[in-house]
Design a protein around this ligand. Structure first.
Ligand SMILES: [Cu+2]
Length: 147
């Protein structure tokens, strides 16, 4: 009886080890949190607005949902509009007052260089423009070694 219990315990340990190994294997990151994760993972991108600057804390993001966490660190109101490579407006966070912070959630499936601009006054001409690249969704997994 005790031998049988020991065998069961050993099998449980083996299963736990297998699960741990699987969780750390490349390419299954989305599977480990499948119960809570949505179908497509989203990428958070911090954006700071200022006079007269747009600072993006991530130069590239994989295709899919991007959450732009935008903060106005300036003394004037600013907005942020996301424009794709073909010049189409994909979304705006709206006008942010000083110290205001808001998240813009966009699904960006088309690869290429996107522009992030403030459209108030002549702010874009004065420097409120940044670029970021939407890359192939699989690129992120391929470069996992550098985490
Ligand atoms: Cu502005």
């Amino acid at each position: 009886m005790s031998a049988r219990r020991a065998t069961t315990a050993a099998m449980a340990v083996a299963a736990a080890v297998a699960a741990t190994v699987a969780a750390h294997a490349p390419g299954v990151a989305s599977g480990s949190g499948a119960s809570t994760a949505r179908s497509a993972p989203s990428t958070a991108v911090g954006v700071d607005l200022d006079e007269f600057d747009v600072v993006v804390y991530r130069r590239r993001a994989p295709q899919g949902t991007v959450r732009f966490n935008v903060t106005n660190h300036g003394e004037d109101p600013h907005d942020l509009v996301v424009i794709d490579a073909k010049g189409r407006r994909r979304g705006t966070v709206g006008v942010l007052q000083p110290a205001e912070r808001r998240t813009l959630r966009l699904t960006l499936r088309t690869r290429g260089v996107y522009r992030l601009v403030c459209t108030l006054g002549n702010h874009e001409q004065r420097g409120m423009l940044a670029r970021m690249r939407i890359t192939k969704a699989t690129q992120r997994r391929a470069s996992r070694s550098g985490r």
